[in-house]
Ligand binder design. Sequence first.
Ligand SMILES: Nc1ncnc2c1ncn2[C@@H]1O[C@H](COP(=O)(O)OP(=O)(O)OP(=O)(O)O)[C@@H](O)[C@H]1O
Ligand SMILES: [Mg+2]
Length: 281
Amino acid sequence: MSRPPLRALGLVVGFGVHPVLRGIDLVVPDGSRLALLGANGSGKTTLLRTLAGAVRPDAGVVEVAGRELVHHRAGLRAHRQLVQLVTQDPDDQLFAADVCRDVSFGPLNLGLSEGVVRARVAHALSVLSIEDLAERPIHELSYGQRKRVAIAGAVAMEPQVLLLDEPTAGLDPRGVDEMVIAVEGLLAEGTTVVISTHDVDFALWWADSVAVLADGRLRHGSPPELLCDAELIDVARLRRPIVSQVAAELGLSALEIGDIPALVAAIRQSCGVGVKQVVTP
Ligand SMILES: Nc1ncnc2c1ncn2[C@@H]1O[C@H](COP(=O)(O)OP(=O)(O)OP(=O)(O)O)[C@@H](O)[C@H]1O
Ligand SMILES: [Mg+2]
């Protein structure tokens, strides 16, 4: 059965000067995948931190599992059992001497028994395919490995909602694929996943919906609709996804094409022959 969504209503966040978020409403259905886009400095990290309870908004509320986030010790503790944020830079998050100790820190802090903690850590390391790193000192790991350990730490908390701030930034292409596979595993288990990213091509094929921040406001809607909106693309300093550009060049409906297989199928269907006859001059 689906649980109540992650919901933000009227969020206003400033840091003493102009508001970064000027009244944000957002509903992320349980078990869904949302890509959060926007220019540098548009407020993606601020929004994720606010949803996670790390930033207290000047106005507005955050709700998860039907419960409003309250910014006192017990309220934040309860919220963090449901919503986990993984920071853009893993070094902002990792602090223990080795991988196992870092990933087990959160569950141990919940007061869970040793056996349960061990099982949670084993599961988190397996989801991220880093069982082999369990005993390694954090300072010896590569950037991509540290990113995975940081996510494993959040996964071990078994949150309902996982907020990942640019999880694929700085990873090599294979590393991005492996990260996506790990996230698919979490989605299959029913976790709601929000990913902030600058990668419009990834957002188009991966997300159920996209949210775009610009000028402190948020547009939320279907990936092809928003990522093909010329005005929004301009104000949010994005670009149209490659498959949408190709579809438009070929006179196909870019709104119905979300990834390369769909583009190839549409080309085949529209000409009734091989792809080469369409794309080769
Ligand atoms: N703790 C803070 N104190 C003061 N200003 C802040 C603070 N955190 C963020 N800001 C400001 O809020 C704005 C949004 O920053 P934020 O980090 O949320 O953007 P972003 O969309 O995540 O950018 P990027 O794509 O570079 O990660 C920026 O102007 C930033 O300087
Ligand atoms: Mg950021």
